[in-house]
Design a protein around this ligand. Structure first.
Ligand code: N01
Length: 515
């Protein structure tokens, strides 16, 4: 169906657009009316556009709030930024790159790959940069979403894919005195490359996936680095290697060889689910492997004790590094495990009363993950407010659709996170599901396709029952859980199970409103 035929409906919805009167610079007409509007030009948004086009759905606009593509890989440029999933698996199966320089590529090379996707699949003309989405609202009469921008302009679309990304907003922790610090504050996700670390006294707060990549780089040039650890994580070896030229040549001439490699990596990661998602005999094996890694790299028994986690492996994200423990033992590095009480003008004060004076504090303290909120206000059928409905924990059907919010698709929506396999594997199956449903909506001229509430409720009951048996819900504190312990983040199963559920679209699960 071509959207031009909906002109009357579009006009009706424009007239009734609720936020119109409040905006200063509102035009009477949408900037465009399209079949599918994608929010975000990161991995998920670009992948969605590619698969939509390949399915013959070409009436697309991508809105990107920044001036560049790349999402998390554009923003996370801290020293040492790299992926902890092998590149042959952390890439799209429909756009394999035979030239990865390493087993685990750095952020610059991943960003190059993302830019390659844009060029190769001619996505540039679809992307509108510097477009900050401020609200979404669905108009029942026309079956159109209005996508309001912060500057008062708006788009309209029959279907919307929200690919804003769960880790797109970084957060400074709520530590007393944060604003008093007179030195330099840097967040891992917003690195200031103009600030020269050489010879500086640096504090790093946090010891998660970002911190363990940053610290080995900082100790190379800083005067000293003090690492403030609240909770030690499980660290396993990183089987990284420089890709030999012959290997790239084989992948270039024989793509099936790379597909076979990808498959082998996929199944190797699948087997890890048995260790990290559920408490099984393999959990002990994985913990033993991590403990041996610690013992091999750290000879000091007291330091080893400080670095030994007291929760099950997998409960928090498993860390992968060969150079974190060695970095901590450099003469210019010190691990501090006393809790932080406040930030002072000069540095960081810990509980035993010591003030650690530094020039710079690096906050590797994570992101504002919208486990219960939404990235912007979303208004669905009968003025339903999604943030309100998700206030006690986000829920969706198959992580992608939410009842009462028709024709809207989330990538990395509720309970879609992997703990053991590549996020791109999950992303690809979400995208393909969304494309299948969007094609049905467009081809059949459906006004709105809304998942049935009872189907969504039944699905989530199953998810939460399965989550209760996982390591994530075994008692540790992590960004996977809300303050009251609700897990709206992770998918409690193998990637293979997730892919299987996403491979089937049953229209009976949805209420259909025809035009
Ligand atoms: O953030 P985190 P991250 N006082 O939330 C500590 C992805 N990622 O940026 O554990 C003191 O994991 C906090 O302590 P605790 C990946 O999905 C991927 O490292 O809560 N400390 C923790 O140590 C990952 O899961 C790659 O006790 C405070 C740290 O800060 C996600 O990004 C690479 C504190 C935060 O760890 C986030 O990772 C890097 C406070 N007030 C990241 N507040 C890949 O390779 C927080 N902390 C794909």
């Amino acid at each position: 169906m071509n959207l031009i035929v909906h002109t009357d409906a579009v006009e009706a919805s424009v007239k009734t657009r609720p936020s119109q009167s409040k905006k200063a610079k509102v035009t009477a007409q949408p900037l465009a009316v399209v079949n599918t509007l994608i929010i975000g030009a990161g991995f998920a948004g670009l992948g969605s556009a590619i698969r939509l086009q390949q399915a013959g759905l070409k009436d697309i606009v991508i809105l990107e709030r920044s001036s560049k593509v790349g999402g998390t890989w554009r923003d996370n440029t801290y020293p040492g930024a790299a992926c902890d999933i092998p590149s042959n698996l952390y890439s799209y199966s429909f756009a394999q790159n035979p030239n990865w320089s390493r087993g685990f590529s750095g952020s610059a090379e991943i960003l190059d790959y993302i830019n390659y996707l844009v060029g190769n699949f001619q996505l540039n003309e679809l992307i509108k940069f510097n477009q900050n989405v401020s609200a979404l609202s669905f108009d029942q009469a026309s079956g159109l979403w209005t996508i309001a921008l912060a500057d008062g302009e708006f788009y309209q679309a029959r279907t919307v894919i929200s690919a804003a990304g769960p880790l797109s907003n970084f957060s400074f922790p709520q530590i007393d005195g944060l604003e008093n610090f007179k030195g330099k504050k840097i967040h891992s996700a917003n690195w200031d490359h103009d600030y020269d670390i050489k010879g500086k006294r640096v504090a790093v707060i946090g010891t998660g996936a970002s911190a363990i990549q940053i610290i080995p780089e900082l100790v190379k040039t800083a005067d000293f680095v003090k690492v403030f650890q609240r909770t030690p994580g499980w660290v396993t070896p990183r089987p990284d290697y420089k890709t030999p030229e012959w290997n790239k040549a084989v992948f270039r001439t024989l793509p099936a060889a790379q597909t076979a490699m990808r498959r082998a990596l996929y199944w190797a990661h699948e087997s890890m689910a048995l260790a990290v998602i559920w408490n099984s005999p393999l959990t002990k094996v994985a913990e033993q492997l991590a403990k041996s890694h610690l013992k091999n790299q750290v000879k000091d028994t007291w330091l080893r004790r400080q670095l030994t986690p007291d929760f099950k492996i997998g409960c928090k994200r498993v860390l992968v590094s060969n150079d974190y423990y060695p970095a901590l033992q450099k003469p210019n590095c010190k691990l501090i495990t006393w809790p932080i009480v406040k930030i002072t003008e000069q540095g960081v004060q810990t509980m035993e009363g010591v003030e650690h004076a530094v020039d710079c504090i690096v906050f590797a303290t994570g992101f504002d993950v919208s486990k219960s909120g939404t990235p912007f206000p979303i208004t669905g059928l009968n003025n339903r407010n999604l943030a309100q409905e998700w206030s006690r924990g986000a829920q969706a059907y198959k992580s992608i659709n939410v009842s009462g919010f028709p024709n809207l698709f989330f990538t990395f929506g509720p309970n879609s996170g992997p703990g053991h396999n590549s996020a791109l594997v999950y992303m690809e199956s979400q995208i393909d599901y969304a494309v299948r449903v969007i094609k049905t909506i467009i081809d059949q001229g459906i006004k709105a396709l809304d998942v049935r509430p009872e189907v969504q409720a039944q699905y989530n009951k199953g998810i939460q029952q399965r989550l209760a048996k996982t390591n994530w819900n075994s008692g540790c504190k992590s960004w996977y859980l809300t303050e009251d312990g609700f897990n709206a983040t992770m998918y409690p199963g193998f990637a293979t199970q997730y892919k299987r559920q996403m491979a089937t679209f049953d229209q009976k699960d949805y209420q259909v409103m025809t035009a």
